[in-house]
Design a protein. Structure first.
Length: 213
């Protein structure tokens, strides 16, 4: 009887080792369901905080954009106001000097003379185009057209315009601005057009001109 006792104890030990371990016990009082009121409130608070941060970031970005736009407009306005009147008003423009029948005497009305001379002095190029009221191209018509162009050039040079920036052309007939059949029309056709260019036209090579068409 004494010999069977150790064998029984050994069998009992082996049997206990073969049984699987029990899972850990859970304290039912410490469990927190995800749908409890406090958990829902916490999630809502987190969402509201994130939305607030996004809104604040977008508001800051819009404010910076508006500030940059206002600064740019202010600089543009300052640049415009700092320019002299001649710079603001000066652009490619055309003045017309009219002549009496058969005359090359230059007469520029006083209100226009000051502005004409001021802009002509500042222009990069002054182009003179002389015309007559002739119906037929003759030597006399060509001569009077040329004399009118020279007279206007002399007037401008004497007024302080750089002669190197003046170009001339003349045409005895055609290129009319009014009908040659009326007195008033012929008076308007006896003229020299003074074209003032703020920037001198650039000469393009033949290949460049055709490629830009």
């Amino acid at each position: 009887m004494r010999a069977s006792t150790p064998i029984f104890a050994l069998l009992l030990t082996i049997s206990s080792c073969a049984s699987p371990p029990k899972p850990p016990s859970v304290d039912e009082y410490r469990k927190r369901p995800v749908n409890t009121a406090s958990a829902v409130d916490l999630q809502v608070c987190r969402t509201d905080l994130q939305n607030t941060r996004i809104l604040a970031s977008e508001t800051t970005r819009l404010a910076e954009t508006a500030s940059a736009t206002a600064t740019r407009l202010a600089l543009q306005q300052q640049a415009m106001t700092s320019r002299t009147p001649i710079e603001v008003e000066m652009a490619n423009s055309v003045y017309t000097v009219l002549f009496g029948f058969g005359s090359a005497q230059v007469t520029v009305p006083s209100p226009d003379a000051g502005a004409l001379i001021e802009q002509a002095r500042a222009a990069s190029l002054v182009m003179l185009r002389a015309r007559t009221d002739g119906h037929v191209e003759t030597t006399g018509e060509s001569r009077i057209a040329r004399e009118r162009a020279i007279a206007v050039r002399t007037y401008l040079v004497q007024s302080g315009v750089d002669p190197a920036r003046i170009r001339m052309t003349w045409q005895p007939i055609g290129d009319t601005v009014a009908s040659n059949d009326t007195v008033n029309g012929r008076a308007l056709n006896r003229r020299v057009e003074i074209e003032l260019y703020r920037l001198a036209p650039q000469r393009l090579a033949a290949g460049m001109a055709s490629s830009s068409m």
